[in-house]
Design a protein around this ligand. Structure first.
Ligand code: FAD
Length: 303
């Protein structure tokens, strides 16, 4: 039945009558200066009326944004009134230091952490845990749960994490993250909906019954996305390369192409039963807003 439903949604005229029965969340990064802060806040205020279930703020490599992440997380929750989640990594910090950051969040009323291992600092090729630190995300989750009963989201990799020996080890690691107390996984970005569906099936077969939310990356700059894809193992479909060909100096056309690609990805995910979406906003509201709108979501009155 779900398959027939999905088929019908795919064959229907574009986005006609989608009821907006979806949950969305938005990811931001901490701004480096006043102008970027302004852009971020315009975006937060644009997206807030869509009623996201949470908004998260990333944590810079090696804890370099500790203060800025904290400041934005608290502000999003207190001023924009969106339940906020703080990303936190294990990199370059002892367990005590990480616990202290978490305790500080709890004291400020932040109840949700996106718990990550993090990556090797620039210039180091391979990740090595801090001698007195948490070794990986699983250990971090257990540590956070000892600090307080946080809601915890974690990372998942439909195209397999580059450090993972194989697909099964990566799934076992994801299962261990749920077993340690995570309530949701957010995926690395991807461009092929089938890749997400296969991952969802494999996760279910591995006994994972927690929520797996696709991370949607609207392409602002194709060069940047190509660079990131190289680092994190996301495949760029050949057709996509072709679609951005010749648009380097045409930002408006490029944005329309990006919106079309991301919206089509979301429409197919929706047709396959997905009702939860996490947007990598890159601190820009318009693409994420437009896609949510096409999926049927409307700004709530009274905000
Ligand atoms: P883990 O789950 O700990 O594992 C990473 C890899 O190592 C996996 O392949 C796993 O299989 C393997 N592994 C782990 N432990 C073991 C073990 N004991 N034995 C064998 N293999 C093991 N980075 C930031 O710096 N800041 C952020 O704010 C940030 N936000 C992110 C948000 C999302 C939604 C995503 C998807 C990623 C984010 N990242 C962020 C990137 C993330 O830090 C990197 O992808 C990092 O390389 C892995 O983090 P993890 O939590 O998935 O690691």
């Amino acid at each position: 039945d779900q398959m027939r439903e999905a088929q019908r949604a795919l064959e229907a005229p574009l986005f006609s009558g989608l009821p907006g029965d979806i949950d969305v969340s938005f990811e931001f990064f901490p701004p480096k200066n006043a102008a970027m802060n302004e852009t971020l806040w315009q975006s937060v205020e644009t997206l807030a009326p869509l009623g996201p279930r949470f908004a998260s703020v990333t944590y810079g490599a090696g804890g370099s944004t500790r203060e800025r992440t904290h400041q934005q997380v608290v502000r999003i929750q207190n001023e924009a009134r969106i339940p906020a989640a703080a990303h936190l990594t294990c990199v370059e910090a002892t367990r005590e230091e990480v616990d202290e950051v978490a305790r500080h969040y709890w004291d400020e009323g932040i109840r949700h952490i996106v718990a990550l291992r993090g990556d090797a600092p620039d210039g180091q090729s391979q990740y090595a845990p801090h001698p007195g630190g948490y070794a990986n995300a699983v250990e971090l989750i257990a540590g956070l749960k000892r600090v307080a009963d946080f809601e915890i989201s974690v990372a998942a990799y439909p195209e397999v994490h580059p450090d993972s020996p194989d697909r099964q080890a990566d799934l076992d690691n994801l299962k261990a993250k749920f077993d340690a107390g995570a309530t949701r996984a957010i995926t690395q970005f991807f461009f092929d909906p089938q890749c997400f569906f296969d991952f969802r099936d494999r996760a279910a077969a591995a006994g994972i019954d927690g929520e797996i939310v696709p991370g949607i990356m609207p392409v602002l700059s194709f060069a940047a996305v190509r660079r990131m894809s190289g680092l994190c193992g996301t495949a760029i479909p050949p057709w996509m390369e072709g679609l951005f060909d010749g648009l380097d100096d045409r930002p408006a056309a490029r944005q329309l192409v990006s919106a079309t690609i991301a919206a089509e990805l979301c429409r197919r995910l929706y047709a396959g039963g997905v009702r939860q979406f996490h947007f990598y906003t890159l601190n820009r509201a318009e693409l994420s807003y437009a896609i949510c709108h096409m999926l049927g979501l409307r700004a709530k009155a009274g905000r």
